[in-house]
Design a protein around this ligand. Structure first.
Ligand code: NAG
Ligand code: NAG
Ligand code: NAG
Ligand code: NAG
Ligand code: NAG
Length: 252
């Protein structure tokens, strides 16, 4: 009896440990073959960086992500991506991003992508301006690169920043961290005040919609009150009958 309960206790203690170890093994074996067999995963690279949640979100909402993955697969030139940190997005003026139309947000994201693989060394000698993926009917959306020793800067004409950290620098995909969102002159140069215009319109439509929901909610609450009144009378009725029965019992 004693030995039985002892083994039961041992089992109770060890089984979570066994589960834990087998879990670790599974995690190890699943990560080990990962990097070698899977194709290039831009989101995965950014995810590992840990400070690119806004850029990841934009890549998904603008569907630039699918385009990039497709192109990495099919292009012989490779690609280069400049990934702004969450800090870079936080430092934008309020409305700088939300003031853009959907189409302009796509263009902003594509402006951070070059349709060719560039190592840092090759960016030092590239001829300016370098065409981005946003280049199209609206003209050449270019980036300029300047270097001093091994330090490379990228300039849009609106902002200039250093290429600090290569998250990946291996054909077919190069990914460089940037501390500023690369704001194209085409969107933020001369017609900068334009994107701010739609925001007051939105807030007025918001307030009007909130008043309609208010008057809606007044309807049900009024009917609830009348229901409540019904309940009160029935409770009074019940109480009266109960009291009468008690009185009858007391008397008899
Ligand atoms: C790429 O990485 C992300 C985040 O780590 C992951 O959610 C996604 O499933 C990966 N995609 C592929 C095709 O491996
Ligand atoms: C890219 O190619 C790999 C195999 O070479 C394939 O598994 C993957 O689905 C392709 N991705 C896209 C987006 O076409
Ligand atoms: C790069 O930009 C920084 C400011 O961000 C500036 O101090 C530096 O001189 C620039 N370097 C080159 C090579 O243009
Ligand atoms: C980029 O470089 C080209 C050629 O040097 C120059 O004509 C252009 O003005 C530059 N643009 C910006 C935004 O610095
Ligand atoms: C506007 O309304 C939406 C929902 O319709 C809400 O999520 C948002 O916070 C509102 N904005 C303001 C400024 O009230």
């Amino acid at each position: 009896m004693a030995s039985l309960s002892l083994s039961a206790i041992l089992l109770a203690i060890t089984s979570p440990l066994l589960l834990f170890f087998s879990h670790c093994q599974a995690a190890q074996s699943s990560t080990a073959p990962g990097p070698s067999s899977t194709p290039v995963n831009l989101t995965g690279i950014l995810d590992k960086g840990g400070q690119f949640t806004e850029f990841i979100r934009l890549l998904a909402t603008t569907q630039a992500e699918d385009q990039i993955e497709n192109q990495i697969n099919t292009s012989t030139e490779g690609m280069t991506v400049f990934a702004p940190t969450d800090n870079a997005f936080n430092n934008l003026k309020s409305g700088a991003l939300n003031g853009l139309s959907d189409q302009e947000q796509v263009q902003l994201v594509l402006y951070h992508i070059l349709p060719k693989f560039y190592s840092l060394a090759s960016l030092q000698t590239v001829s300016n301006p370098v065409r981005t993926q946003a280049t199209g009917q609206d003209g050449v959306w270019g980036l300029n690169f300047t270097s001093q020793g091994t330090q490379v800067n990228v300039s849009t004409g609106v902002v200039e920043t250093q290429l600090n950290n290569a998250l990946r620098q291996e054909f077919p995909l190069a990914v460089y961290e940037v501390d500023k969102v690369l704001l194209p002159e085409e969107l933020y140069g001369t017609k900068a005040p334009a994107p701010a215009a739609p925001s007051p319109k939105r807030s007025t439509s918001n307030s009007s919609s909130s008043t309609t929901t208010k008057s809606h909610s007044e309807g049900p609450s009024a009917s609830e009150q009348s229901n409540g009144g019904g309940k009160v009378t029935s409770v009074l009725w019940g109480g009266g009958v109960g009291l009468a029965l008690i009185c009858v019992g007391f008397l008899s």
